[in-house]
Design a protein around this ligand. Structure first.
Ligand code: NFE
Length: 468
């Protein structure tokens, strides 16, 4: 492709709004074949956090409670991943009730998160809303949904807020107070199901289902229809990875959303996961925070599978399950996410049917003084892993790789861009004063910087830690 350098410009969007946490993006815009577009991108997490360091030296039993505080949007996933990591230390099998209640609480969290993402975090990029917050102030360019149709979307936005609240109330029936449900404990669940809880959950689910089917699915289709170019924009590396989630049996081998990768070889081998810090503010040899550092621009590490970047998220899950394989783009992410919401509802009914009030929810077990375990789940935004190493009865090392670590990762040791960075390449930018196209691509990943920024294990050999 012939590149005509006309007027290369660097745009710095800092902060990117309508994401969780602090995200900065720097894009180079240039004219290529007569079209002004993104030719380079750097995505940065600009807030340092250190949850793994908080965990070191503490009792392993604290991990489900402490790691939930990583984030208020996906705490359920962290509580589950931490519990699983401890249970894997000694191969514990849970009572079925605990499995169904965990699944249901996590699924309720997915539904609130999917609705939040489309209506609150993304829709305002596409719809020209009324002259009031949160619709204004906003960039005016390229809003293809306006007038009476926009009014309908505003009504749906309000209905989405209400429905999201219902999802939280639904999750709280078994999980306890949200957003950080205390019911996730290593060994099972701390709430005992009653028949009336099951009935109440069912009635919430019916209301949420109505919103998903009558409003959410239709609205996503409508936005996708108005922006057909976004079925191409925002593709990126087009490599997808899912750890799998929602156990259907005690072995953990059968899951509603299976583990896998796009492409010919779908197997997932945990020892293939590495983390790079070449462009991150951590020392190459120790993994300790190192700021400033030459060529580094993010507190996010760069996880790679088999040395290459992978996108994670609802699209990856639906792809691996075989339910959505239309493409990888901005709109494909939104469409697959809505499809996943619809897919969850019948599964939730099935899990509700299998809860037996009065039966056990917890299996008492001992943690060994020495051991290691991995808890792999799917958070709403994608593959989430917790790795724990116990020594002397305390946490010696804890490592968290979140979905946004994968998606918003910076360049790796080979200089290869992370998934969001790569997805931005080629994105047309009509008006550099209002680069809404860039923001649409970023929002389609629903990045959460609160989740993504973590310190790593400050000792030799940390690169191999994730094989545990
Ligand atoms: Ni803070 Fe999270 C999800 C996790 S994102 S929202 O979903 O883990 O990286």
């Amino acid at each position: 492709m012939k590149t005509i350098r006309v007027n290369p410009q660097s745009l710095d969007i800092d902060p990117v709004v309508r994401v969780e946490g602090h995200l900065r993006v720097e894009v180079a815009v240039d004219e290529v074949d007569g079209l002004q577009q993104v030719v380079d991108a750097k995505v940065s997490g600009v807030l340092f956090r250190g949850f793994e360091r908080i965990l070191a030296g503490r009792s392993p039993w604290d991990a489900p409670d402490l790691t939930q505080r990583i984030c208020g949007v996906c705490p359920v996933s962290h509580g589950l991943a931490a519990s699983l990591a401890l249970e894997r230390v000694n191969g514990l099998r849970l009572p079925p009730n605990a499995r169904w209640m965990r699944n249901l609480t996590l699924a309720a969290n997915y539904l609130q998160s999917h609705i939040l993402h489309f209506y609150v975090l993304s829709l305002l990029d596409f719809v020209d809303g009324p002259d009031m917050p949160p619709w204004q102030p906003s960039w005016k360019s390229d809003k293809r949904i306006s007038g009476d149709e926009a009014k309908t979307f505003v009504e749906h936005y309000l209905a989405a807020l209400e429905t999201r609240r219902k999802c939280h109330e639904m999750g709280a029936i078994f999980g306890g107070k949200l957003p950080h449900p205390p019911a996730f404990v290593a060994g099972g669940f701390s709430a005992v199901p009653k028949a009336e809880d099951v009935t109440r959950f069912r009635s919430y689910l019916a209301e949420v289902e109505k919103f998903i089917h009558d409003i959410y699915l239709t609205d996503v289709e409508r936005v996708a229809g108005a922006y057909p170019d976004y079925r191409v924009i925002g593709g990126g590396h087009k490599r997808l990875l899912a750890f799998g989630c929602f156990d259907e049996d005690s072995s953990g081998a059968v899951q509603l959303f299976p583990r896998g990768r796009s492409g010919e070889d779908a197997a997932v081998d945990l020892s293939a996961i590495t983390e790079h810090v070449a462009a991150s503010w951590y020392a190459d040899d120790t993994g300790l925070p190192a700021h400033p550092k030459d060529n580094a621009y993010s507190w996010i590490k760069a996880p790679r599978y088999d040395g290459v970047p992978y996108e994670v998220g609802p699209l990856a899950r639906m792809w691996v399950k075989g339910l959505y394989q239309d493409g990888v783009s901005v709109m494909d992410r939104h469409l697959a996410r809505a499809k996943e919401a619809a897919e969850l509802v019948p599964a939730m009914r099935r899990w509700l049917d299998q809860i037996v009030p009065g039966q056990p929810v917890y299996e008492r077990f001992e943690l060994p003084a020495e051991g290691a375990g991995a808890g792999l789940v799917e958070a709403p935004r994608g593959a989430l892993g917790h790795w724990v190493k116990i020594a002397g009865g305390k946490i010696e090392h804890y490592s968290v790789i979140t979905p946004t670590c994968w998606n918003a990762s910076p360049r790796d040791a080979g200089g290869v861009r992370g998934p969001m960075e790569e997805a931005l390449i080629g994105t047309p930018v009509k008006d550099v004063a209002e680069p809404v196209e860039v923001v649409r691509v970023l929002h389609s990943f629903d990045p959460c910087l609160a989740c993504a920024v973590h310190a790593m294990r400050p000792a030799a050999g940390w690169r191999g830690f994730h094989a545990a």
